[in-house]
Design a binder for this molecule. Structure first.
Ligand code: ADP
Length: 485
């Protein structure tokens, strides 16, 4: 199906947007904006609310004071009795104009004796506020945010008797206008601050995420094969830690890769050597026309030996591969270690007898342990076989077995040729042989100790070697009695 180029552009844009909204940079940006804007809006709203409250309270005190003055004038001009006074009427009109409102004067009979609007005069008004005011309680409240309605008592100066009530409603439009003006200005400032905040947030989130982005770029380069440089992103403690861990893993992998390559080249070399010998032997037989039967027999015997050697290398390699498997692949069961060692020595004694080597087992106690019998048999066989192989005529091999509440200990000691100090650290490596010249005289693949060590490590055990040249060697093995998976 062919997608038109316009649609490709839409798909591409959609992908870019989706990945941006999912990005860490966008999340940080959002956090900055929310954390920055919320307090600003809260402060603005709080400020405006306070302003309104304060302005209403100032206005009501002001109106109340004016009403008190008016009340005194009403008493002094006997307005309540005579119900008219030019001065007071003028004062009332002026006051109602000043507050853009309405003033009602109510007498003791709840009759309205003056209404600045002239609409309700002589009517009775028994409003709750008026009643309360006659009882000495001043009232003041906002009506629909547009008017401030208040009652103020008209009190005789000497007897303090309440002879009437002033009911005034003063407009609060000017307060509302001021609030709207302030709100408009505050919103403008808020928008300006939001723009600054947005720019700073974009910049900060970009800078904060830069090390992570660099890390991603490095990994992308690494993935396509540009792996010659270490990762070094030192901006944060976290990125330093990640860089160091990554570099460590990579160097471990490189070592592993090198050892794998070395192993492969060793394997091919070791497998080719017997084949090359066989070819030389076979070629020389083919070249020699009418070669005597004895020569045939001798060369065929040599070829058979090389085949045997090839076979041994392959068997050892297979054993080593099996040892590389995980602990879960072990076939663990309780085994008598005394019997196991006894059997190994019995099998190897005929080989020892050829060099008149005495092989002795010294068991300090019966030991039953949870082990993989096949794998540990191979490990101990290799140790005892080596003790016989690298021994002198009429020498000895002592195998001892002991245990405590946690481990069992096997020692294989011999009176053999010993291992040079500098070779001790290498003998457990695959294909390592101390003296290559041995290979002519003593059979071996250089894989035996590598197999032994792997088998012991699979059992969470340990092996160490001590040796004195021309005096003998001791391999000490320690393995837990109960298998720890
Ligand atoms: P190999 O098949 O050559 O015996 P191993 O891995 O079993 O391979 O042993 C590695 C090398 O360690 C041997 O080639 C030998 O040189 C040395 N070695 C091992 N065991 C002994 C021992 N008991 N005495 C002296 N040298 C030993």
């Amino acid at each position: 199906m062919c997608i038109p180029s316009g649609e490709w552009v839409i798909i591409f844009r959609h992908k870019v947007f989706t990945s941006y909204f999912k990005s860490m940079q966008f999340r940080i940006l959002l956090c900055f904006l929310v954390l920055g804007l919320l307090p600003m809006v809260a402060v603005e709203q709080g400020f405006l609310m306070n302003y309104t409250k304060r302005a209403v309270s100032v206005r009501s005190t002001e109106v109340q004071n004016q009403c008190k003055i008016l009340s005194n004038q009403l008493i002094s001009s006997s307005y309540m009795r005579e119900r008219s006074s030019e001065l007071v009427d003028g004062e009332l009109t002026q006051l109602s104009n000043l507050y853009d409102g309405r003033i009602l004067i109510i007498d003791q009979d709840f009759r309205i004796i003056k209404d600045t609007y002239g609409l309700e005069e002589n009517k009775i008004m028994v409003a709750e506020e008026v009643v309360k005011c006659f009882k000495g309680e001043n009232t003041s409240h906002l009506v629909g945010n547009r008017f401030l309605e208040m009652t103020v008592p008209i009190q005789e100066n000497d007897s303090k008797t309440i002879v009437g009530v002033i009911l005034i409603s003063a407009s609060t439009d000017s307060i509302r206008d001021n609030r709207e003006y302030l709100e408009h200005n505050a919103n403008m400032i808020l928008v300006a601050l939001a723009v600054i905040l947005l720019s700073l947030s974009v910049l900060c989130s970009y800078l904060l995420v830069r090390p992570i982005r660099n890390m991603g770029n490095y990994l992308q380069e690494f993935a396509v094969g540009h792996d010659d440089q270490d990762m070094e992103i030192s901006s944060y403690a976290e990125t330093v830690k990640v860089s160091r861990t990554f570099n460590r893993i990579i160097s471990q992998m490189r070592v592993l890769d090198e050892s794998r390559q070395e192993f492969v080249s060793n394997v091919s070399h070791e497998l080719k050597t017997p084949l090359a010998s066989m070819k030389v032997l076979a070629d020389s037989l083919v070249m020699q026309e009418g070669a005597p039967l004895e020569l045939y027999q001798e060369f065929m015997g040599d070829i058979a030996k090389e085949i045997e050697r090839e076979n041994k290398i392959i068997t050892d390699l297979l054993s080593l591969v099996k040892m590389d498997k995980k602990a879960a692949d072990l076939n663990i069961e309780p085994v008598s270690i005394n019997d196991l060692l006894e059997l190994i020595l019995k099998r190897l004694r005929p080989i020892a007898n050829r060099k008149n080597i005495e092989v002795v087992l010294e068991s300090f106690r019966p030991v039953i342990a949870e082990i993989d019998e096949v794998k540990l048999t191979l490990a101990f066989t290799n140790l005892v076989e080596n003790a016989i192989k690298y021994n002198h005529e009429n020498g000895w091999v002592h195998v001892s077995l002991d245990a405590d509440h946690k481990f069992f200990y096997v020692k294989v000691m011999d009176s053999g040729i010993g291992i040079p100090e500098e070779s001790k650290q290498h003998i457990f490596e695959r294909f390592y042989r101390v003296d290559k010249s041995h290979s002519n005289t003593i059979d071996g693949t250089g894989l035996g100790l590598a197999i032994t060590r792997s088998a012991i490590l699979l059992h969470k055990g340990a092996i160490k070697v001590s040796s004195v040249l021309e005096e003998g060697t001791t391999f000490s093995v320690r393995i837990p009695l109960n298998f720890v998976g």
